[in-house]
Write a protein that binds this ligand. Structure first.
Ligand SMILES: N[C@@H](CCC(=O)N[C@@H](CS)C(=O)NCC(=O)O)C(=O)O
Length: 129
């Protein structure tokens, strides 16, 4: 990107998506301007289907946690998204992974399956959350 060129930042999103939400939060905390485009997951736009979330200047960045790290690295001077202490950083990453792989994944299985599979998912769900 050369000096004077206008930055283009587009977030292809779904309002209720916790994955989109975490990226929106990161951008908002850092005070970054971006264009929000609501997607219909049952009828995805060619941009989402063919190019996969062109977050920054036409270059695609996929996966919400990777997008968040990218945002943090692109705009390091405002509102760090991860703690500077390595141990504290490891704890943040642990919980992000927990939310994706335990909380969301078992929740998805609870609402998208039936019968035995659903019962197993209910049992696997983190308790007390
Ligand atoms: N690991 C992905 C998960 C994204 C995801 O599962 N999104 C939900 C919507 S909240 C979905 O159903 N995606 C299916 C799709 O995009 O077709 C991320 O962190 O970006």
């Amino acid at each position: 990107m050369t000096a004077g060129e206008k930055e283009e930042l587009i977030q292809l999103d779904l309002w209720a998506s916790m994955f989109g939400m975490r990226c929106r939060l990161g951008l908002t905390l850092k005070g970054i301007n971006y264009e929000y485009r609501e997607e219909d997951l049952s009828n995805k736009s060619p941009l989402l289907l063919l190019q996969m979330n062109p977050v920054h200047n036409g270059r695609p960045v996929c996966e919400s946690l990777i997008i968040l790290h990218y945002i943090d690295e692109c705009w390091p001077d405002t509102y760090p998204l991860l703690p500077s202490d390595p141990y504290e950083r490891s704890q943040s990453r642990f919980w992000a992974d927990f939310v994706d792989n335990k909380f969301y994944e078992t929740g998805r299985r609870v609402w998208s399956t039936k019968g035995k599979e659903q019962e197993t998912a209910k049992r696997d769900r983190p308790q007390g959350l």
